[in-house]
Design a protein around this ligand. Structure first.
Ligand SMILES: Cc1cc2nc3c(=O)[nH]c(=O)nc-3n(C[C@H](O)[C@H](O)[C@H](O)COP(=O)(O)O)c2cc1C
Length: 375
């Protein structure tokens, strides 16, 4: 290995005392490849095993905590005890080569797909119509009741219990990307007049319930992370001021890291007092050493990864599209073969990328923006 990449392979200790072997994280990546009933399929096991092999933390795709929260076809479910046998196999595949295996616990909220949810129902902080994953037409989501909110918080706790029982090393709370928890934080989605109008209340109640579930069903080693989106395009939406307050509140909880969901590690703040400043160094300033930060976004080369750690200053760097394109991304850096990393999609080379058939089809159709060999 080229010695300049050594900082990427330094261990890191999380607040709960767990030692991570390096600075790489497998980002949560929806693969639409679980069985129709949300149980784990045969095809997702080798796919995830390959991508978990060299990272410190491997996070499985967003997994719905209850049936009304399902936002993708082929989404893994953590909503039922009957999901546990499959989840045990998934945990074993992800942990096989030494990674800490986490499940991203998720509720789609307004973005749940009404063709998949019971009675075609979808709930959101406030009523809204929108288009979601792969939809041609808008669907309607009604306002979630206070009783349903209480139940949903419990569902996140129950999901955490199942994840612990299945042998995973932790959970990541999906508070990002316009799904339910994000929707409660966002003034665009949350126009309530009751106690849940407070932008932070639902997110913190979920954290509290998950931490309680950890204390009851797991041990100190169990990792609890939180993923957030620092800003949104909608107006009035999540701003860096809201994120600053959320981060401050999260730093006072027992979580073990904050994961900032972005498409570019150098993305800049859109508006407000911090306009034009890079988001990740700002968030680092807000966190002020209280929690480790995971950064992500367009890390397509070994040098991009090093830049995220050394210049942007995040503690851990997550890989999304690039570890989909090349499951050997990290291994190639270790072997001094970083120039061989595949960072484009080649529609002629299914063998090169080793995706699940459904994910391959999505990449081939151009569903996700990635550099392509044929363009
Ligand atoms: C195929 C695909 C599936 C994704 N699924 C999830 C998901 O389940 N949960 C999530 O928080 N983000 C999801 N994302 C966002 C990624 O985790 C990541 O934030 C984004 O791709 C930017 O990182 P990258 O530049 O490394 O790809 C997904 C992205 C892609 C391309």
């Amino acid at each position: 290995m080229n010695s300049k990449y050594e900082p990427l392979f330094e261990p890191l200790t999380l607040p709960n005392g767990v030692q991570l072997r390096n600075r790489f994280v497998l980002a949560p990546l929806t693969h639409i490849s679980s069985n129709d009933d949300g149980t784990i399929s045969e095809e997702e096991l080798p796919y995830i095993e390959k991508r978990s092999k060299d990272v410190a933390i491997a996070i499985n795709a967003a997994s719905n905590v209850n049936d009304i929260g399902q936002a993708f076809p082929g989404q893994p479910s953590v909503a039922h005890d009957s999901d546990i046998p499959g989840l045990k196999r998934l945990a074993a595949a992800m942990k096989k080569n030494g990674a800490k295996a986490l499940v991203q616990i998720h509720h789609g909220g307004a973005q749940a797909l009404t063709n998949l949810t019971p009675d075609g129902d979808a709930v959101a902080p406030s009523a809204i119509s929108l288009k979601s994953f792969g939809q041609q037409h808008e669907h309607h989501a009604r306002e979630i009741t206070a009783t349903e909110i209480e139940q949903t918080i419990k569902d996140f706790g129950e999901a955490t219990r199942r994840v612990a029982e299945a042998g995973f090393d932790g959970v990541e709370i999906h508070g990002a990307n316009h799904y339910l928890i994000h929707q409660f934080v966002s003034p665009y989605y949350n126009r309530r007049n009751d106690i849940w109008a407070d932008n932070y209340k639902f997110a913190l109640a979920v954290v509290d319930e998950v931490v309680k579930a950890k204390e009851t069903y797991a041990n100190e080693d169990f990792i609890v992370g939180y993923r957030l989106s620092p800003e949104e395009a909608e107006s009035p939406g999540i701003t860096m001021d809201i994120t600053e307050q959320l981060v401050n509140k999260l730093c006072q909880t027992a979580i073990d890291y904050i994961h900032v969901s972005m498409m570019d590690t150098h993305a800049k703040t859109r508006e407000g007092q911090y306009e034009g400043q890079e988001r990740l160094p700002l968030i680092k300033r807000f966190v002020n050493g209280r929690k480790p930060i995971i950064g992500i976004g367009s890390v397509f080369t070994a040098d991009d990864a090093l830049d995220a750690i050394e210049n942007v200053g995040v503690d851990l760097v997550a890989l999304g599209r690039e570890i989909l394109l090349d499951p050997q991304f990290i291994d190639k850096i270790k072997q001094g073969r970083e120039q061989d990393i595949v960072n484009y999609f080649d529609p002629q080379r299914e063998d090169l990328h080793q995706l699940t058939p459904k994910l391959w089809e999505q990449f081939n159709k151009g569903f996700y923006p990635v550099p392509r060999k044929d363009k």
